[in-house]
Design a protein around this ligand. Structure first.
Ligand SMILES: NC(=O)c1ccc[n+]([C@@H]2O[C@H](COP(=O)([O-])OP(=O)(O)OC[C@H]3O[C@@H](n4cnc5c(N)ncnc54)[C@H](O)[C@@H]3O)[C@@H](O)[C@H]2O)c1
Length: 243
């Protein structure tokens, strides 16, 4: 989908990858971006910097997501592109115990990395289906294609995000909805402590899963390699995977 004159709703856009998405969308001619973030002050500051509508929104709260999408539609008239990007990494890692993370972390990751995509998609899809076009982009991770050693909750929920996107693509693809997954490789933000802690064991393929879904021609997942990769031979970029 061409971004010119489109309206995008981007979650977790107060900083990091989400903010970079907003900047790029505007550079490509988007008519408006909604910068939604848990941190409302940061969302407002980024909106003031880039131009756009800044909104406080906890993506794990379906009512809050519906309200934010309603505010976006009231402001811009529609949402053409959903970039469901908000996410977080665990701060404490135990490389020798994949089950060490608390149930609280597991539940929060499930809400933010999976259900948030469901809530946001539910909120934007009716308008997109009515217009016969729209674009859903779920930001997962290379850990959603491979494995984030020491962080089972992160890996499992990011894998689930990829599976969810595939299901959405199969269900809505023929009605004009394009579904994509972006899978960044460790770079900055909340992943820095993890990368330092995990060192050479940072991100490995567990089962050689890449490509196992074959080509269904509807959704594309792409692991974006780090332009400045660490030297360790054990840290490998994920392969592109066409679903
Ligand atoms: N940075 C990396 O190297 C990397 C690698 C792989 C995947 N990712 C994924 O990319 C996405 C963006 O990562 P980033 O590095 O920009 O992270 P970041 O920590 O720099 O920014 C994340 C943003 O999401 C917001 N956020 C967190 N929880 C939220 C919630 N419940 N509701 C609304 N907003 C919330 C935060 O306030 C923050 O502004 C995440 O989904 C992350 O898992 C990042």
């Amino acid at each position: 989908m061409q971004m010119k004159d489109r309206i995008a709703f981007v979650t977790g856009a107060g900083r990091g990858i989400g903010r970079a998405f907003c900047r790029e969308l505007l550079r490509r001619g988007a008519a408006g971006v909604v910068i939604a973030d848990l941190d409302g002050a940061m969302a407002q500051a980024t909106a003031a910097e880039l131009g756009g509508l800044g909104l406080q929104c906890d993506v794990s709260d379906e009512a809050a997501v519906r309200a934010a999408v309603a505010a976006a539609i009231a402001h811009y008239g529609r949402v053409d592109v959903l970039l469901s990007n908000a996410g977080f990494g665990a701060t404490e890692l135990d490389l020798d115990d994949a089950l060490a993370e608390s149930n609280t972390v597991w539940t929060r990751m499930w809400q933010v990395h999976v259900m948030a995509h469901v809530y946001a998609s539910r909120a934007v899809l009716p308008g997109m289906l009515e217009r016969g076009e729209g674009c859903l982009v779920n930001v997962a991770s290379a850990a959603g294609l491979l494995c984030q050693v020491g962080d089972a909750a992160y890996s499992a929920t990011k894998h689930a995000a990829v599976g969810l996107a595939e299901s959405l693509a199969i269900t809505y693809g023929e009605r004009g909805i394009r579904v994509s997954v972006v899978s960044p490789v460790h770079r900055h933000g909340h992943h820095r402590p993890r990368r330092e802690a995990a060192g050479r064991r940072a991100c490995r393929p567990a089962f050689g899963r890449a490509g196992c879904h074959g080509d269904r021609g509807r959704t594309r997942t792409r692991a974006i390699p780090d332009p400045d990769p660490p030297r360790s031979p054990d840290v490998r970029p994920a392969q592109d995977r066409r679903l």
